[in-house]
Ligand binder design. Sequence first.
Ligand SMILES: Cc1cc2nc3c(=O)[nH]c(=O)nc-3n(C[C@H](O)[C@H](O)[C@H](O)COP(=O)(O)OP(=O)(O)OC[C@H]3O[C@@H](n4cnc5c(N)ncnc54)[C@H](O)[C@@H]3O)c2cc1C
Length: 519
Amino acid sequence: MSALIKEIVIVGGGTAGWLTAGILAAEYKNNLALGMQITLVESPEVSTIGVGEGTWPSMRATLRKIGISEADLVTQCAASFKQGSKFVGWKTGLEGDAYHHPFTIPNGYLECNLVAAWQAQFSHLPFADVVSVQNYVSESGRSPKQFTTPEYAGAVNYGYHIDAGKFGELLQKHCTARLGVKHIVDHVTHVISAPNGEIAAVNTKEMGAVAGDLFIDCTGFSCLLLGQHFGIPFIDKNKYSINDSAIATQVPYAESSSPIASATVATAQSAGWTWDIGLSSRRGVGYVYSSAYISDEQAELELRAHIAKSAGVDVAEKLSARKFSIRVGHREQFWYKNCVAIGMAAGFIEPLEAPALALVELSANMIRDEFPLTVATMPLVAKRFNSVFQYRWERIVEFLKLHYVLTERRDTEYWRYMSSPDAMPEQLQQQLLLWAQRPPYFNDLIQVEEIFPSASYQYVLYGMGFKSNVSGVVKTSDNVNLGLEKIKDNFEKSRKYVSLLPSNRELIDHIFKYGMQKI
Ligand SMILES: Cc1cc2nc3c(=O)[nH]c(=O)nc-3n(C[C@H](O)[C@H](O)[C@H](O)COP(=O)(O)OP(=O)(O)OC[C@H]3O[C@@H](n4cnc5c(N)ncnc54)[C@H](O)[C@@H]3O)c2cc1C
């Protein structure tokens, strides 16, 4: 191994591999002439997982930086604009039980905590409707942008719903044609170790050894390098997140002009929940469930019955379905010696709130920003990386669990278990005690780039009917008055936005015809 880190080898060509390649290559392409090389090896024998259709708003900055045009994303990946998640049936399971977690933070969030003002005068209305314009925009089928809004800009915050397979192809084409990434299609058979125990090369079936200085394991659930080769243990999180299976289908629209939903709809079911994601070409619908509480056959029947409500029995019965097993948890360390795992190789948890691709972006961004230029600095960067991502995984497990623990549903064994204190991480139990005493706000989370900001905790807590005492500092009259002003302003903005924004479908049709204005 050279004293300088020059050869980066990414093993795995799923979304994690190609996004990582793009993020690193976009930054280091000017160094390619100086000998920096990024190589991606992917197996022709092991297919990519082929799901993962919901992204976060962070994907806009990522793609822009990589140099992919947003119009290409929309037209080549059947992408549509996602404004958050809508949770149906999670609180009581009764008619009308729904709340939103929008991507846009409450109006004026940086100046005041709006919970006291909401409770003072508007608690008869859903929290998210009162503090954010986004629900009106999304529920009325509006898109987050106007026809003339430039690429990657928005009137409100947004991410995407994308066709995962096509997204991988777009990334691959861009990385190889524009960013100088070398692509090897070959199956890695084993690792060749250096005398010091680091990875010297990966051996491929046809082309032999591919040597490198830093190896990025993006091999999905198989976790070939970090798990199989180095034996880094897997930390099981099944106690808290028991959804270990999924079935995915693709549902056609009735007509090519059918409306496209602008939020991922997560509907509670008897032993898990279904996702419904509207792309421009079709919907992606699936059921994530716990095999301890329902059989695969029953789950599939329940999924088809759910789809039949919107698409009709005939359509629902004919759909082909794919089954997935999910190993819930993450690696004890993510970076060991000269190997770092990203994507499903690093860990996975049910796709509620869709944090997986955001974690890929955060991981690759951190490698890019803190890139160890020499062998000597690699352990320092590895240590920081491990502690940041261990922290992030804990927050993810807790935040996803928050969606379940406040439920009033007791209709199935599954919901009774999910709301029991036994199934709740200790830190979350303590946070709930604090948040009963006062609403969450900036002090609750300590990192600048938290995986879920405090506003997200507010949306889920109050969406689920949680009560916080606001008699402390957030009830000072200044804070309440400022909050009421922000709420009034939010109502006015909501009316304006809904009247000015085109529908999701209209905007996408317009982009197919005319493209988009570049920034
Ligand atoms: C049901 C479900 C729903 C999901 N929904 C979402 C969502 O809405 N949003 C979201 O962000 N994420 C979601 N995810 C997660 C998302 O799909 C993944 O995070 C994403 O696709 C990245 O996967 P990956 O690249 O890590 O792994 P994979 O796609 O599995 O790719 C692994 C790669 O490794 C290669 N490989 C394996 N073995 C070898 C070998 N020996 N030699 C060479 N190459 C090898 C394979 O060829 C492949 O290219 C979902 C996941 C599931 C299961």
